[in-house]
Write a protein that binds this ligand. Sequence first.
Ligand SMILES: *[C@@H]1O[C@H](CO)[C@@H](O)[C@H](O)[C@H]1NC(C)=O
Length: 265
Amino acid sequence: MNTSNILLLIIATQALFASVNLAFDDSENALKSQNVLSKSEIIQLNGAIGPESVAFDPNGEGPYIGVADGRILKFQGSYWTDFAVTSSRRENCTLPFAPEMEHICGRPLGLRFDTKTGELYIADAYFGIQVVGPKGGLATPLVQKLEGKPLVFTNDVDIDDHDDVIYFTDTSTSSTSNKITIEFFKFGNGKCIVEAPFIVQQLDDLLSGGLLHATAIKLSEDGRVLEVLEDIEGKTLRSISEVQEKYGKLWFGSVMMPFLGLYGF
Ligand SMILES: *[C@@H]1O[C@H](CO)[C@@H](O)[C@H](O)[C@H]1NC(C)=O
C-alpha cells in the first residue's frame, strides 16, 4: 500500500467518525433522527442466530447471511437454504450458538459478492479472508496472514469493483490499553492501522447512549449525514451490526439476534 492510499483510508475513517459525531452532538446542524425502526419486520432464521452481514448476489438473489454455527445461508423468498461453509471439519457443528466451537466451525462475519464474477468473498473471524464460487459449497482460504502475522479477528470485507481491490478489516482490542484497533488491509499490498480514540465502553455509550437500540445512518459519498433512522427504545431492533439497502427496503443484520430485520419506506 503506498502512502497516498494509507492517507485516503485514514481520512475516510475520520470522516465516518466525524459524521457519527455530527449526528449525535451537533444539534443545530444535525438532521432530526426518525424513530421509525421499531416498525421493522422480522425474518426468523429457525435454528440459527447472529446474521451479522447481509449480502445480495449480482442477480439480486438473497440475501445471504453468515450465522453463528459457521454456515452461510441464502434466503429463498420464504425459507433459508445452506449456501456455503468456511470449515471442512463440521461434524460437531450442530448447535446454533456454541462459542467454544467457533474456532473449528468458523464464524463468517463479513460477506460481499464480486459483481463481475459472482464469487462471494467472506471475512471469517477465525480463518481470515475466503472465497467461494457462485454455486457455494466449501470456501477456499485467500488471506490468512499478512506480513507474516496471522490475522486476529477478521471482521468485514468490501470490494472496489472499479479497481479490482479487496479491502478488509481485522479488529482487536489490546489487553493493555483496551483501545479498539481497526486495521484496514488492501489485499496484497500491506496495511494501515487506525486506533480509535475511545475505550470499548465509551464507544458503546457514544453509539448507543448506553441502551441497546438500533441506529442507521445514511451517508453521502462525501461523508455527509443524509438520514438517521432509529429504534430508540430497542423495541424491535437491537444490536444491529450491518444494514443494506435493496429493493426499497433496509435489511438489518445482527451479531446476536435470531432474525433479520427488514424496514420498508
Ligand atoms: C468431534 O467430536 C468427537 C467426539 O468428541 C471428536 O473425537 C472429534 O475429534 C471432533 N471433531 C472435530 C473436527 O473437532
